[in-house]
Design a protein around this ligand. Structure first.
Ligand SMILES: Cc1cc2nc3c(=O)[nH]c(=O)nc-3n(C[C@H](O)[C@H](O)[C@H](O)COP(=O)(O)O)c2cc1C
Length: 332
């Protein structure tokens, strides 16, 4: 299950909705459930109703979900740690007034859309505070029992804003060259690695390309993946887009799989593929062809929480199914 914001929290705290939402995907035999983009500080949320993990109350609510998944299924559960940067303070993709939202932050004074407020440019000291926010969030996530921590470096959010030369025009050590633009992400990776135990894997989601001239592209992604591998990142989850308003994207079944394949084969890292993968047959084919090591499914698993178990019945493969439901198991 790919991370998906549900915009259903108050004060960033998971509630009964999230318990049932994630719990039912565990009942459905999902191999890995990735909890939605979760803000590492209040300004890191996209909306006022996004999930957060900047305090213990928020972590406590997540502990209950992790506990259910571990005790009632064979699923692994991860959490995507995120900071929205200049794409925060919105509702329905539109920026909300300052009084109802907040001043956004970014590497440079460039809004996502020209109609939006100019974001506050993070100072070097403030960048270090953000790295610390990711570290503290990871510490809470490990304590809550998550099996995987994913850093959200895709879709035009803060980490991606640093990576791209179109949203990052800094002239200090965090901007300019490729090495400088990836520095923020590497510092987060290093800080998070310090608090992970040996049972917790580290993933990074990236946008393989941002579909813009002179922007972040697939060759940058391959180079970044090589560096991430050296920094003990276990898997690169390859999505695309999100940083450039109005970018032209050609969308078709499995349209992002080639990005995963290129990163996997050229950087020699494990990758996840995502994007219009809607059937278990399609997912299996991607794995068999060596285009990815893991398949993330978003909208199809919203439509059908039992996608994994149903697919395994159809393929006559064994899959976790709640023992209480045994009488509904189709025999092979
Ligand atoms: C409702 C919704 C919320 C999403 N929220 C997130 C998110 O929190 N983090 C993220 O990386 N991607 C997010 N995405 C993108 C999905 O994880 C996925 O990459 C995308 O939908 C393509 O996969 P699909 O074709 O299987 O839906 C979201 C997508 C949907 C539909």
């Amino acid at each position: 299950m790919s991370p998906m914001c549900m915009y259903s929290c108050e004060n960033g705290i998971a509630n009964d909705f999230h318990f049932v939402h994630y719990g039912s995907r565990a009942q459905g035999g999902t191999g890995l459930i990735m909890v939605e983009a979760t803000g590492v500080e209040p300004r890191g949320r996209i909306t006022n109703h996004c999930m957060g993990i900047w305090n213990d109350e928020q972590a406590e609510a997540l502990t209950k979900i992790v506990g259910f998944v571990h005790s009632h299924s064979e699923s692994k559960i991860g959490i995507q740690l995120a900071h929205a940067g200049r794409k925060g303070s919105t509702w329905n993709n539109l920026q909300i007034p300052l009084e109802e939202g907040w001043e956004t932050v970014a590497p440079s004074a460039i809004p996502y859309h020209p109609s939006e407020r100019i974001p506050h440019v993070l100072t070097v000291e403030e960048i270090r505070e953000q790295v610390q926010n990711f570290k503290e969030a990871a510490k809470r996530a490990v304590k809550a029992g998550f099996d995987i921590i994913e850093i959200h470096g895709a879709h035009g959010y803060l980490v991606h804003q640093f990576l791209s030369p179109l949203s990052n025009i800094r002239t200090d050590e965090y901007g300019g060259s490729f090495e400088n633009r990836i520095r923020f992400l590497l510092e987060i990776v290093e800080a998070v690695n310090e608090v992970l135990d040996e049972n917790t894997a580290l993933f990074v989601r990236i946008s393989g390309t941002e579909y813009a001239d002179n922007g972040w592209d697939i060759n940058d992604s391959v180079e970044l993946a090589k560096v991430l591998k050296e920094h003990s990142v276990d898997l690169v989850d390859v999505s695309s887009g999100g940083n450039i308003h109005g970018a032209k994207i050609s969308v078709f079944n499995g349209y992002q799989v080639p990005f995963s394949s290129q990163v996997r084969n050229e950087a020699g890292v494990k990758t996840g593929a995502v994007g219009l993968i809607t059937t278990t047959d399609q997912a299996e084919e991607i794995l068999q062809k060596g285009d990815a090591d893991l398949i993330f499914v978003a909208r199809a698993i919203l439509r059908n929480p039992y996608m994994a178990v149903q697919g395994s019945f159809e393929m006559k493969k064994d899959c976790f199914f709640p023992h209480q439901y045994t009488r509904a198991k189709i025999s092979s």
